[in-house]
Design a protein around this ligand. Sequence first.
Ligand code: NAD
Length: 482
Amino acid sequence: MNFPTTLEGLYIDGQWSAGGEHLRVINPATEALLTTVIGGDAEAVDRAVSAASRAFGAWSTTSGAERGAILRRIAAGVSAGRQQLMQLQATNNGKPLFEAAIDVDDVIATFEYYAGLAEGLDAAQDSPVALPSDGFSARLRREPCGVVGLIVPWNFPMVTTAWKLAPALAAGCCVVLKPSEVTPLPELELATIIAESGLPNGVFNLVCGTGMAVGAPLTADPRVAKISFTGSNAVGVQVMQSAAETVKGVSLELGGKSSLLVLADADLDLAVELACGGGFFNAGQMCSATSRVLVAQELAEAFLARLKSRAEAIRVADPFDPAVEMGALVNQAQYQRVLGHIDRGLSAGARLLCGGQRPAELPRGYFLQPTVFTDVPLDSELWCDEIFGPVICVRRFTSEAEAIALANDTPFGLVASVVSRDLVAAERVASALQAGLVWINAPQVIFPQTAWGGFKQSSIGRELGPWGLQAFQEVKHVIRGL
Ligand code: NAD
């Protein structure tokens, strides 16, 4: 793909412009500079929040049907631009084209889903509330919470954006979006599509930039009612602290350390496919990554042999290679971070089953072999911390209780997976796992209808489903004396 030397990184009040901050955008598969996005600063954030505040009065009182129609136009625009958006995701993020297609289809499904919920709001408005007294009547209204700031990471650029933006617009909120400085290109294209959707000026604003230049002033702005943030726990804590100064709401989608539990009667081929899918999709750069695999002692040898041979057969290649199975990591910093985890894992005494290095045939780009460790010490960084790369840590267990205890022994609680032919046992284990989403004998499928988010330090709040919409609504009761 060819890009202009520089791109304007601000879309404020219906106008494109350039700010002052230069963001170098890299192709992680080649390490080549793609373009420079000129992003914003505190002044641009101020202008974007002002535009959103001006637009809020009119937008918040449009009917759900009108908002739904615009969301459907955005979904149609994304659908029409599907190929272009897939290529941008693959070029800017390093993910294979087939994974980029899944992302774009998820974005379309999310806008369609929230279009439906927006259309349903008109009939649900002013729903009566039963009271224990004859002297009063009460009605419940849900109103948009105001101007909201959306801050997203680089691993699923447009998907994390859609999961916030579609429900925020459906609810009637006005938005300032800050994409990751690492992957602004898919979001710039999405903004172009939104600009042509008929949304009134100021309802949607985009400010590219770094966390310090744009994310921090957006979080601190007293006119912003809520921040919806997806990213690391370290930054999530800063966002929460800053939001506390002006008592604004926060939704946080943070890290994970998720387990796949392979019970003694599991289908081994399925278990290996789920381990590889959960561990190596998006080069393992997923908050929901299958970072820990817990396998029943009696299956362990056979499972490890099959996992090794499958992991070694995975084709790591350029995202546009038709046979690619795993692409590149997103940038130099992330690549070095993951290599550091591998080095320290070896020093801590974990046994490397396969991978751990750059594939010999790929001398450039941030490519890494799918990596599997066994006998990972329970107190090692490899076992305890989020790795965010294509690294699976395997341990054996001898009882169901031990497997559950190992899976739950983490401050995170995002997702988990169970493989077993015994559905009663699988359901029992699923009930005992501290996770917001548990898959049984299934890959990591996500539907807009089901909630996304976790227990413990993985999340505050839930995205997707009606919970994703409610995150952008205030509850108002009107009580009338009869
Ligand atoms: P990050 O926390 O470094 O950055 C996330 C976003 O926050 C970026 O847009 C960044 O510019 C911005 N930011 C940085 N400092 C800020 C500040 N002081 N104030 C406001 N904004 C600031 O995360 P990342 O490296 O982009 O993404 C990887 C992390 O995201 C991983 O920890 C992963 O688990 C998490 N993640 C979670 C989910 C989920 O749904 N739970 C989904 C995807 C990624």
